[in-house]
Write a protein that binds this ligand. Structure first.
Ligand code: PHE
Length: 449
């Protein structure tokens, strides 16, 4: 395989990078309110079970395959093919992954740009630059384009630095900052009037809601998005792990951190919403559901911060900073997918590849911004509702059915000679062969009808 590839310098560095990819806007934007509207702790329980019983096995499939081939996603999938037909399917799956990854980054970059804008707008408002602050938070085409462009340049700059000096270094700086900011924010918010009501809504289980199949499907969908599965991000990160590392346990740590942060975000978001309600901010939609996603982040929270004076400004700045960091450690992992492919397939320099791939994706974002109403939601649905599950399915079929069992076992034995007698080897291969493909196929079918 390719020589001179980057490699993560330490186990912790890898964990920060992979957890950084997993922990993103999805965890804070979507999970907490979804939990609150769907049975609170009962939803949490379903989410935990799905994350470990289904998303974790797929994560392991990506990590193991990546490390085995030490190559980009296209090389990895075509590398384990058994003949010309599976080779073509493997190559196409890898390329489709790159396409879907690019689509995800194209909408992610727009949202992340908004987060960046809000982070800067609050301090600017304090300094009296109200026009600038209003421009940064107003929904206009020039503002959307410029902020997306700046965010994409940040992403490109980190990826240009390489695996160790770029991805690992920045993830190791940003992830601890994210965790500390999140805990500090949650701790403060929990002291405010109304917070306990939010906590109750979050933590009191309502089991009547969790038996709806719709709910289980949406929990699985968010577990997949949240763990960055299907598009090759984890595969490519896995390809930079040293052969000395014990994959099943580092994979489990990454999944634990991702789920842990989603749960922790619930301790911030739900209390915050009920603090807002206490202060007269509307937190329910006309249909009685909790407001969520963009309305939550861009309307409810700013209205709440506005009632809090100086403290509100500090809180708002910290909150949007948190969102920006979460987005950045995810966006770099997405850009790495096409970049690794271009560098290895066409022998371009990493800098060139990052600029060209990042530039093309930013152009796609620009097209979305110019026709926002029509394209934004469509690109999200196409990439996350259809693209990710379909790719996850193909991946499981490849790892479960095409890849020779002996080579797979040999890969795991590299650092764990006893693996064949362990629990992981007894359960995981069966899961990837049968359980995961069937369940993903069901979700996929359901999302089509
Ligand atoms: N996991 C990221 C989040 O939760 C999003 C993501 C999806 C990142 C796919 C990489 C690949 O926001």
């Amino acid at each position: 395989m390719t020589t001179n590839r980057g490699q993560f310098g330490s186990r912790l560095g890898f964990i920060f990078a992979a957890a950084g990819s997993a922990v993103g806007l999805g965890n804070i934007w979507g999970f907490p309110t979804q939990a609150a509207s769907n049975g609170g702790a009962a939803f949490l329980l379903v989410y935990l079970i799905l994350a470990f019983a289904l998303a974790y096995p797929v994560l392991m499939a990506e990590l193991i395959l990546g490390r085995y081939t030490h190559g980009n996603s296209v090389a990895a999938l075509s590398g384990i093919a058994r003949g010309p037909v599976t080779k073509v399917i493997g190559t196409s799956t890898g390329l489709l992954g790159i396409l879907v990854a690019s689509m995800i980054l194209s909408f992610y970059g727009i949202v992340a740009g908004w987060m960046l804008g809000y982070t800067v707008a609050y301090p600017l408002g304090v300094l009296g630059a109200n026009d600038a602050a209003n421009w940064l938070t107003g929904f206009t085409i020039p503002r959307n384009l410029i902020l997306m462009g700046i965010f994409m340049l940040m992403t490109i700059a980190i990826i240009m630095g390489g695996v160790k000096e770029g991805i690992e270094r920045w993830s190791s700086r940003l992830m601890p900052t994210l965790i500390i900011t999140l805990i500090a924010l949650a701790a403060y918010v929990l002291t405010l009037e109304g917070a306990m009501t939010g906590l109750r809504v979050y933590l009191i289980p309502d089991f009547s809601k969790i038996f709806s199949s719709q709910l289980i499907l949406s929990a699985l969908g968010s577990a997949f998005f949240s763990l960055s599965l299907g598009v090759g991000t984890m595969l490519v990160y896995g390809s930079y792990i040293s052969d000395k590392e014990h994959l099943p346990s580092i994979g489990a740590q990454v999944a634990l951190i991702d789920v842990g942060i989603a749960v922790l975000a619930g301790f911030l978001i739900l209390p915050v919403m009920y603090v807002a309600a206490e202060r007269g901010v509307e937190i329910f939609s006309a249909s009685g559901a909790l407001l969520s996603e963009d309305t939550l982040i861009l309307t409810v929270l700013p209205e709440l911060f506005a009632t809090m004076g100086t403290v509100g400004i500090a809180l708002a700045t910290a909150f949007f900073f948190l969102m920006t960091i979460a987005a950045l450690t995810s966006s770099i992992s997405i850009l790495e997918v096409p970049v690794a492919f271009i560098v290895e397939r066409f022998q371009w320099s990493r800098k060139q590849a990052a600029l060209v791939a990042g530039g093309l994706i930013a152009s796609l974002s620009a097209v979305i911004i110019l026709d926002f109403e029509r394209l934004f939601g469509a690109v999200i649905a196409l990439s996350t509702r259809y693209g990710q599950p379909l790719l996850g399915l193909l991946l499981c079929v490849f790892v479960g059915w095409v890849w020779q069992r002996n080579t797979l076992l040999a890969e795991l034995q590299k650092n764990d000679p006893e693996v064949a007698n362990g629990l992981f080897w007894r359960i995981w291969p069966v899961y990837v062969r049968f359980v995961c493909p069937v369940i993903i196929a069901v979700i996929f079918y359901r999302s089509l009808v």
